[in-house]
Design a protein around this ligand. Sequence first.
Ligand code: G3P
Length: 495
Amino acid sequence: MDKKYIIAFDQGTTSTRAIIFDNNGTICGISQKELTQYYPQSGWVEHDPQEIFKHQKEVFEEVLSTSKISIDQIAGVGITNQRETTVVWDKTTGEPIHNAIVWLDKRTSNICKNLKSIGLEDYVAKNTGLVIDSYFSGTKLKWILDNVEGAREIAQKGDLLFGTIDTWLIWKFTNGSRHVTDHSNASRTMLYNIMRLEWDETMLKALDIPKNMLPEVQHSSSDFGSISYQEKEIPIYGVAGDQQASLFGQGGYKSGIAKNTYGTGCFLLLNTGKKAYHSKNGLLTTLCCSLPDDNIKYALEGSVFVGGASVQWLRDKLKVISKASETEEICISTPASKGLYVVPAFAGLGAPYWDMNAKGAIYGLTLDSGKNEIIKATVDALAYQTRDVLDAMVEDSGKLMRELKVDGGASANNYLMQFQADILNVEVDRPAMLEVTALGAAFLAGIKAGVWTKKDISKIRIVDTKFKPQITEHDRNRKYSGWKDAVERTKSTNA
Ligand code: G3P
C-alpha cells in the first residue's frame, strides 16, 4: 500500500490540532481542541504540559479514526509548535516540575535586566540572534530552576530535562526514548549559538543552566523517533517552530522570500539565505527550517505584538462588531477618513520602535468619525505596522521586496490584503489553502519520508489571489507619513 499521507501536529498557544494531508497537500481531516490558559499573576501565562500531550494524543487518534485513513498509509508525522514556551520535567517520573511558562509570560524581566547589566546584550545579539527579553526560553528555564524547590540539585544530578513544546511532545510520544529538538526551535531559546550551531557555553554559564538538561538539536527534516499506535510505528520526520514552519510552507526555503502571518500578533519572516544579518532596527535573526542536504539558512524576524488582537478589542471591549469577519464589509463601505489613525500600542510598541511604555491612542477624530471609521482605522493599523517591520527588513538586508506571502486568520480579509499591497507597494500573495503552518510541518516530514522533494512545495502551493498595489505614490506617502506622525506622538517619551 502506498504511504501517501502525512499528519501534522500543530500545537499553538490557544489550540492543539492534528491535520492529515494527502500527497497533493490537500487536507483530508482536521481535529482540534482548545487549550486552557492559566494566568497566576498579572503578566504570567502558563499551560499544563500534561494537558498539551493529552490533547495532542486525542486529536491524533480522532483525526485518524474520522478520516478512515489506515495507519499503513501514513508516511510520517510533522510537528509544529508555539515557540519559546518552556517545560522542565523529571526524566525518572516523567512529571513536569512546573507548568509550562508560555512565550507571552513576562515574569523574568528582572533576570533580563541582570543580563543586560552584565553587558551581555551585544553577545546575545551576535551569537543567539536575539534581544535580551523574557519572550525567549533561557530566562524562563532559569526561573524554574531558581524557584522550584530542589530543582537545581536534581538538574545537577542529570535527572531534569528541558524542552520547548516540540521536545516535550516527542519525549512523551516516544515513551521517553528521544530528547531532541530542531534548529528552528533551538534558535528561540537564547541558549543556542546560531553561528556555531551548538548550545552556547557563555549563555549557559550566565544563566546557570546545566548542559545535560538540553535536548540534542537535529535538522528540521530528520528522524525524531516514532509513535507506537495500534502496534504500528509512525515516524516523526519533521519538527519546526510555527513561524518558521509557515515560512517553509509558503515556499520560503529560498532566500528573498518573506511571509507575514496575521494572528493575534503578526510575525514577519524574511529568508536571508546563508547570511545571518544582524539587525540595526530591532529585528531578530533566527534559523529557518533545516534540511540535511542543504545549507543552514537564516531569517530576519519582526513581530507586531498587537495584530488581530486589536480586532478582538473592537469585538470584546468596544463591542462595535460581533465577529472579526464583519470588518471586511465595514471597511469596504466606509470612505477613507483623512488623518484618522488608531495606534494599537496596547502592549507597548514592538519592532522597530521598542517602546515598552507606549500606550494605545486614536488620533484625528472629527465629528464625522463614527464607529465604522474607527473600525477601519484599526484594521488599517495592521497594514501600517507590517510596513514598519518590512521597511526595517529592507534596510537591514539591503534586499528589495517585490512580494509578501500572507497567511493566518486576517489574511482572509480582502480589504486588508488590498490595503496592505497599497501601503507596501509590493504584491501580496495569498495561497488558496491558509493552513500553511501545518503544511510546512507536513512538508518537512514528507521530504524525509520521500513523499515530496522541496521543489514540489511551489507546485503544491496554489495561489488564491495576488493583490497588486493600486494607489498612487503620492497617496501612499501621505497615508504612511500620517501613520508615522501618529506613532511618533504615541511614544512614551512624547506622552
Ligand atoms: O513565538 C511565538 C509564536 O510561535 C506563537 O505562535 O501561533 O501559537 O500564537 P502562535
